[in-house]
Design a binder for this molecule. Structure first.
Ligand code: WT7
Length: 650
């Protein structure tokens, strides 16, 4: 098997690093041999109003109950702000870099404290209480971070919906968690283009009302000052409300297992699941991984280029870094605006030491040419990170050699919305790097590779990735549907958390994530359920049936390939194709834009009517010479038509 060259830990890196290989091996052993003792010690990295006496109370069988530090009392906002004020009140907490390269702002911990307190008071005075769900639908502006922390301060549960989702997708998420308070902005700004967030929110609120959820208030930040509709009894102007609010608000006393946030994510079936994370264990895990994985030292400038609409933004823009008293950079824009040099120009401008981004961005920038990189200095950079999808060795080497000039270790971090924090990853001073491998498990993480029957595979093998014991950052349930939680994650392989990913382990014990083995596809690091795209397609009047699969895409990692059977009498035209693309974007959002639509008079089905996706995947991949056994198909001739009319001809 092809194995790229190993990059040994550099001496210069090892010298300053928090964790060397001996320490890693030692701590890892302790953490898995006696997790109780290990996490008892590391739970103290955050402040507790009332210390915990119980550490771990978890079970992956039966009702699957997961509790960490259950009798401890704390507050996430207190840990991210108040406890730093004495020592670093005047240190910059958040650097905000606008979409426009001439716009930026810096917020100190003292200022963050006041803004979060005021906003917490605005929410309280509008009736938001502990345990209420608050939906945040915002661009990457400072107020989005204030909103998260203000929720945490008063014990409200936030549910952030990525600004690229459509009004209908937003409505579905509002309804699912019965959220009656929304925070949004007039418009977002990305790559010079305007995103109509308030108009989308208005539509979503209307839609939610039809589904029985009456949104009480919409709090609106003026970002662009563009014109928006205004509903006097419902809408609240952010600036006005903030001016009137008191600048102090005591942090609510939260039990470790009180919910912190819900984040919707796609699964292989049905509508998106509300992944629920709680307070204590989550913060311990997010802050600890942030410190050790990025080898964060006090004073470092840290930048994660994700959006707060994804879990990466939750754990590694806001909660992890701020709990560690770091300076975290928040970027409103996109990698290639105004030019593909933007990332590196921002690194120079703010003297970024640690930079964390996604392979899809790296591939796109690699395609734009080295000159956009080499025109910048990047001297401040020390550690580089990657997340969201497998990184191909070619992109890895480019990131390492061109961006990092061979001086910065790359941490390829594997994790999921469900895991709350990084699970498999190198540590800069400890781990020799192999391009394309997420390398070894973080402390307390016990991966296992199993075959289709659940047989545990030892040594160098290929199979499905499970985790066999709990870690503090793990999701606790699917909001409002614990049965679905058990069914989705703990039923495929009894007593184990099943990740949905395929994985290979090599002879050095390194893990290589090979991608999803379920009906989830990963488009530019964004997770998409094929079932969601299918239901968007069949909701169109002209569509009788649809099947969606992923296929390898040079930039996006995976593209969205749709097989569509039109209603009888409907012409399979290019116009219909355009119309369907538009329809899916409206139903879900631009991230679900179909890349290929193939019209198919029939789909390959078994005699019992089950669509054989294996065949559809092969044809989408342009690998139709190895279709395997098609004799069980009800009508084997449909396959010839599918091959003939494939849309990915090379
Ligand atoms: C899925 C989770 C975790 C934050 C962003 C995505 C894939 C994630 C890697 C990586 C290979 C990766 C997996 C996983 N994935 N990181 N370093 N190497 N694959 O979170 O939306 O919950 O998606 O992303 O397939 O299951 P998510």
């Amino acid at each position: 098997m092809f194995e790229p060259k190993t990059h040994k830990v550099l001496k210069s890196v090892k010298k300053r690093a928090l964790i060397d290989n001996e320490t890693y091996l030692d701590w890892y052993q302790q953490s898995t041999k006696n997790p109780e003792k290990f996490w008892k010690k590391h739970g103290k990295r955050i402040d507790w109003f009332k210390p915990y006496t119980k550490v771990k109370n978890t079970s992956f069988t039966g009702d699957v109950l997961i509790k960490w530090y259950e009798d401890g009392v704390t507050n996430v906002s207190y840990n991210c702000i108040d406890r730093h004020l004495k020592k670093r009140g005047d240190q910059v907490a958040i650097i905000w870099e606008g979409d426009n390269p001439y716009e930026d702002k810096k917020v100190t911990y003292n200022e963050l404290y006041e803004q979060v307190c005021r906003l917490a008071n605005v929410m309280k005075s509008n009736g938001v209480k502990k345990g209420d769900r608050v939906t945040i639908y915002m661009p990457m502006i400072l107020e989005a971070a204030y909103a998260m922390l203000a929720c945490a301060r008063i014990g409200a549960i936030h549910s952030i919906v990525f600004g690229g989702f459509s009004p209908d997708a937003l409505a579905g998420r509002i309804v699912d968690c019965n959220s009656t308070f929304i925070i949004t902005a007039d418009e977002g700004l990305r790559g010079g283009r305007v995103v109509p967030l308030k108009a989308n929110t208005d539509k979503a609120v209307e839609h939610a009302a039809r589904d029985g959820v009456e949104v009480r208030n919409v709090l609106v930040v003026r970002r662009t000052h563009g014109k928006v509709d205004w509903y006097e009894d419902r809408d609240i102007d952010y600036d006005e409300a903030m001016r009137l609010a008191k600048p102090k608000c005591p942090p609510a006393k939260m039990k470790a297992e009180d919910p912190l946030f819900i984040l919707y994510t796609s699964g292989s079936t049905g509508k998106p699941k509300g992944v629920l994370h709680t307070t204590g264990g989550y913060l311990v895990y997010a802050s600890m991984t942030h410190e050790y994985v990025f080898d964060y030292h006090p004073g470092d400038i840290y930048w994660c280029s994700a959006d707060i609409g994804w879990v990466t933004g939750h754990s590694y823009i806001v909660y992890g870094p701020l709990a560690n008293g770091a300076t975290t950079l928040m970027f409103e824009g996109v990698p290639n605006y105004p030019t593909p040099a933007r990332f590196w120009e921002v690194c120079d401008k703010h003297q970024v030491n640690i930079f964390y981004t996604a392979p899809t961005a790296i591939r796109a920038l690699m395609g734009a040419g080295d000159s956009h990189v080499t025109s910048t200095s990047r001297k401040s950079l020390r550690t580089l990170g990657s997340v969201g999808e497998p990184i191909n060795p070619e992109a890895w080497e480019w990131y390492y050699n061109i961006v990092g000039e061979g001086k910065c270790p790359i941490v390829d971090t594997w994790w999921q919305t469900e895991t709350g924090g990084i699970m498999i990853t190198p540590l800069p001073g400890a781990t020799d790097l192999k391009p394309g491998s997420a390398t070894r498990p973080f402390f307390g993480v016990r991966p296992q590779i199993v075959d289709g029957e659940g047989e545990v595979l030892e040594g160098a093998v290929d199979g499905n990735l499970c985790i066999v014991d709990s870690w503090p950052g793990q999701m606790r349930t699917v909001y409002g549907d614990h049965e679905r939680f058990i069914l989705t994650y703990f039923s495929t392989y009894k007593g184990k958390y099943f990740t949905g990913d395929g994985c290979r382990r090599d002879e050095d014990g390194y893990y290589w994530i090979t991608g999803r083995v379920d009906d989830v596809i990963n488009v530019s690091g964004h997770r998409m359920g094929t079932a969601e795209v299918e239901s968007a397609l069949v909701s169109h009047d002209s569509v009788s049936e649809a099947a969606v699969v992923g296929y390898p895409h040079d930039l996006k990692g995976q593209g969205i390939y749709c097989y569509v059977t039109p209603m009888s009498g409907v012409e399979a035209s290019d116009d219909l194709r355009k119309e369907l693309v538009k329809h899916v974007r409206e139903e879900i959002g631009p991230i679900a834009t179909p890349d290929k639509i193939q019209f198919a008079p029939g789909l390959p089905k078994t005699r019992s009517g089950k669509i054989m996706r294996r065949i559809l995947r092969k044809i989408a991949e342009n690998e139709f010479s190895s279709l395997g056994d098609t004799s069980t198909l009800a009508d084997p001739t449909v396959v010839d038509d599918l091959i003939e009319n494939r849309q990915n001809k090379k």
